[in-house]
Design a protein around this ligand. Structure first.
Ligand code: GAP
Length: 496
């Protein structure tokens, strides 16, 4: 019995997420507000797991990265210095033929054609997507401030403090997960382009010209590479080892090859298929005001290949600007022996939208099982909203009491769901659809042998495990430290 991945459109995914309680348009009862989303009971668990998995990989499991949590509103001087007030500008356009509204880079306006129908655009004027607000309740004394359009700037503006407090040494990274806001002209495609969204960003600081000593970590990682030149010559992307792409000068810096590979490895470690990703270099007209060279990790979304995560080479643009505007030195000691100081460069800034990662993992997990006639959400156990559902086969008496006790015990460590309504088959189906990797059934025998049955979502295989060992076993299963069949005594079809 095998479930098969099912291709769905972005609208079908949005409908599924609404039906199961992952995400809804914000203010749904009043018709919603374009570009704003609320996350329901499953959505909040899934989002928290996703962000936690990112944090573990980028902060906890590295010795060279620390994290921060900056505020959403900060001194407007930060945004003046970073160039966002003057340069973070797009042109709003509307297609003269089909009325499709979008934004284009001002350098591309002359040649831009509608991506829906190929028609020409009418210019609706330049706009800055930063949301503004006023700080201070008395109108005449209030100052104009901005909701941050990226999390990166609180890392740059605080760089010197963080560097000293965490006793960092180059090369090193500072990571942050948090809300960002952009007044997009055309929010669309579910969470893909929202007005309020979250970013998971890592600014990786190196001494100018420093080489990446970590390249061995990515030696075997392969990805389709699509350079600016290939795009201009209308060539197809080429699958290659990212290490080789750097050696051959296709990817100019080792740091870019390294972080592209590491980010792909993160997605793959959580169940994504690497053939759905590619690295695309920005063409010269696409680059942001601060970027020297930019690559995107793109994903094959249902609406086509699109940016999932950006990797800008910001050079020392941001630290230079904050240094100038604040009249504070952002240089750090590079060589303790000589006391030599440098202004660090950010050769690569992996910057990922949480909402886009949400869509990717959902699409990768969505499958349909013909035999079970049910959707199976094959989310990696670490991402799944609930790690296990606990149910008594008979929802009363001692079985019910024991199931409640098991649920409380597991709840000390895992997000688990207690489910005692409907037939056992219905409970399995419900949990398969919400991505719960393990269902734990308490039956009549459990009262005597102090064991429970665990059923695996993807194979429907079942094992019997002692209640005393359940917490340990579940932890090992979630972290893939033990094969399901080896985690307990095999059960034929004890509980269907
Ligand atoms: N600090 C660099 C920066 O913000 P960006 O390419 O503008 O670069 C980085 O954004 C990532 O943030 C994107 O790759 C995408 O994943 C996410 N993102 C940007 N705008 C978004 C939006 N309106 N809705 C959802 N995600 C967005």
């Amino acid at each position: 019995m095998k479930d098969v991945p099912k291709k769905i459109t972005i609208d079908e995914l949005a409908t599924f997420c609404k039906r199961k309680g992952f995400a809804y348009p914000s203010g749904e009862v009043y018709g919603g507000l374009a570009g704003f989303w609320d996350f329901g009971p499953l959505g909040v668990e899934f989002l928290n797991n996703l962000k936690h998995a990112w944090w573990q990989y980028h902060v906890h499991q590295r010795e060279d990265v620390v994290g921060i949590d900056g505020s959403i509103i900060t001194s407007p001087k930060v945004w003046e210095a970073s160039g966002h007030v003057n340069n973070f500008v797009d042109v709003a356009v509307v297609c003269k033929k089909c009325g499709h509204k979008t934004k284009v880079d001002k350098h591309e306006l002359k040649d831009a054609k509608c991506d829906k129908c190929g028609g020409t655009y009418e210019n609706l004027g330049e706009f800055n997507p930063m949301f503004t607000t006023e700080v201070g309740p008395v109108k005449k004394d209030a100052i104009k401030a901005y909701l941050r359009p990226e999390t990166a700037q609180s890392i740059f503006a605080n760089f010197k403090l963080i560097y000293e407090h965490a006793r960092l040494q180059l090369p090193c990274g500072i990571a942050q997960i948090g809300k960002a806001f952009r007044n997009e002209i055309a929010p669309r495609e579910f969470l893909f382009r929202a007005r309020e969204f979250e970013q998971m960003e890592l600014e990786y600081f190196v001494a100018p010209e420093a080489i990446c000593e970590l390249m061995d970590e990515i030696k075997s990682v392969k990805l389709a590479v699509y350079t600016a030149e290939m795009q201009e010559k209308k060539q197809e992307p080429k699958v290659m080892k990212l290490h080789d792409a750097w050696k051959k000068g296709i990817i100019k810096t080792d740091w870019h090859a390294y972080w592209l590979a590491k980010e792909l490895m993160w997605f793959v470690s959580l169940g994504a298929d690497s053939s759905h990703f590619r690295a695309r270099q920005h063409t010269s007209s696409e680059k942001s005001h601060y970027a020297v060279d930019t690559w995107d990790l793109e994903y094959q979304f249902p609406m086509g290949w699109r940016e999932l995560q950006g990797f800008a080479n910001r050079g020392n643009y941001d630290l230079t600007e904050h240094q100038k505007a604040s009249k504070t030195s952002f240089e750090v000691i590079f060589d303790n022996a000589t006391g030599k100081k440098v202004l660090p460069h950010v050769v690569c800034e992996p910057s990922l939208g949480v909402g886009r990662a949400f869509i990717v993992f959902m699409l990768e997990a969505y499958a349909f099982d013909e035999k079970r006639q049910n959707t199976i959400l094959r989310l990696n156990a670490r991402l799944a909203p609930y790690k296990a559902a606990v149910f008594p086969v008979v929802s009363k008496g001692r079985q019910l009491e024991l199931a409640q006790k098991v649920h409380r015990e597991l709840g000390k460590e895992f997000s688990t769901l207690f489910d005692d309504s409907g037939s056992i088959g219905r409970r399995y189906a419900r949990n398969d659809e919400m991505g719960t990797p393990y269902c734990i059934a308490i039956d009549e025998d459990s009262l005597k042998d102090k064991s429970v049955t665990i059923r695996d979502r993807d194979t429907t295989k079942q094992i019997r495990v002692k209640i005393d060992e359940l917490r340990d076993t579940l932890r090992k299963l979630i972290w893939d430290e033990i094969a399901f069949e080896k985690a307990g005594k095999k059960v034929e079809t004890r509980v269907k």
